[in-house]
Ligand binder design. Structure first.
Ligand code: ATP
Length: 318
């Protein structure tokens, strides 16, 4: 390893669900899903740096520790409950390293997160950061793992993490970890309505358990619309089985979704477990117009396009 790659930066996009079907609750408490996921151009940035060259030599690897800082003012953990740290520890463990012990004399890998993806917003921000950490540390530590190997490490970290390692557009089944890339012939412009007050994914699924029945709705209409690049058909086909559960906990989300349609969106849907609400615009100009029209409805409104690729290695800094 040279001094030139002691610092690595990765930009990682958020995720939206164009289709989310909940097939039922499994005995282990997870839910069987069918989901069409896509990355969207709202990015976190992770910088990884290491205190010494050769920090991953097998003799010192077991003494490696990970530290995390971030730019977010609200409560985001910096310890092992942060998915970026968990990803670093999992990668280290897969290499035969010793995890994040208190090793005063060992090498330190520092992670810094610049958060832009809303926290607990239904856009897989934590999973995206885990994917960013895997990609960054694979480079920094010179691990040489390919994407399939990184996705295997990712699968133990959370249902959305394997998707976030690759990005693009995918059909996910099982608990969400089994994914297949999907043909997408269109770049879509979205209005992203952000509600600052988080909504817990766990609570939304608990509300689904209480109030909802497994659905058999299929994602065919979304897949066809993506394959033909038909935005109007995509808008009409957007679907999320978690919406009734999210609306029961946060009724205003239904009003926000409907307002996006009233103001001219081709379709609107709650993103994942919410509380972010998405409106599909016919084009970029109308996305800006729509964003301005619904500004009063949300804490913050962004315009972003999808799909947005996957984690991107930005540069090696000296
Ligand atoms: P999903 O769409 O996968 O359900 P989400 O976007 O709703 O996820 P996240 O932003 O991933 O939710 O955060 C969910 C919880 O995970 C938060 O309460 C937060 O404290 C915790 N968390 C751990 N690591 C991170 C991270 N790097 N970024 C954001 N949240 C994190």
């Amino acid at each position: 390893m040279t001094a030139a790659n002691l610092r690595v930066r990765v930009r990682v996009p958020a995720k939206i669900n164009l289709f989310l079907g909940v097939r039922g609750r499994r005995d282990d408490g997870y839910h069987d899903l069918v989901s069409v996921m896509q990355t969207i151009g709202v990015h976190d940035r992770l910088t990884a740096s290491m205190s010494e060259v050769g920090g991953l030599h097998p003799t010192v690897r077991s003494r490696m520790s990970i530290s995390l800082t971030h730019s977010d003012a609200v409560h985001l953990p910096c310890d092992s409950s942060n998915l970026a740290v968990r990803a670093a520890e999992a990668l280290l463990a897969s290499l035969g390293g010793g995890g994040n012990g208190d090793h005063d004399d060992g090498p330190v890998t520092r992670l810094h997160l610049r958060k832009r993806i809303p926290i607990a917003g239904g856009m897989a921000g934590g999973s995206a950061d885990a994917a960013a950490a895997l990609v960054a540390l694979n480079e920094l530590w010179d691990c040489g793992l390919d994407t399939a190997e990184l996705r295997r490490v990712a699968a133990d970290l959370g249902a959305d993490v394997p998707f976030c390692v690759l990005g693009g557009t995918a059909l996910a089944t099982g608990t969400g970890t089994q994914t297949a890339q999907v043909l997408c012939r269109t770049q879509a412009h979205w209005v992203v309505g952000i509600n600052q007050e988080p909504l817990s994914t766990r609570e939304v699924y608990a509300a689904w358990d209480e109030h909802c029945e497994p659905s058999q709705t299929e994602p065919d209409a979304v897949l066809t619309a993506l394959g033909t690049g038909d935005l109007e058909a995509l808008g009409a086909a957007l679907h999320n089985d978690l919406e009734p559960a999210a609306f029961s906990l946060r009724p205003i989300l239904e009003k926000q979704r409907d307002r996006l349609v009233t103001e001219g969106a081709l379709g609107a849907v709650v993103s994942g477990s919410g509380p972010t609400v998405l409106g599909l615009a016919p084009d970029q100009v109308n996305a800006q117009r729509l964003a301005a029209a619904v500004e009063d409805e949300f804490d913050r409104v962004l315009v972003a396009s999808a799909p947005a690729g996957g984690p991107e290695l930005l540069a090696e800094l000296g």
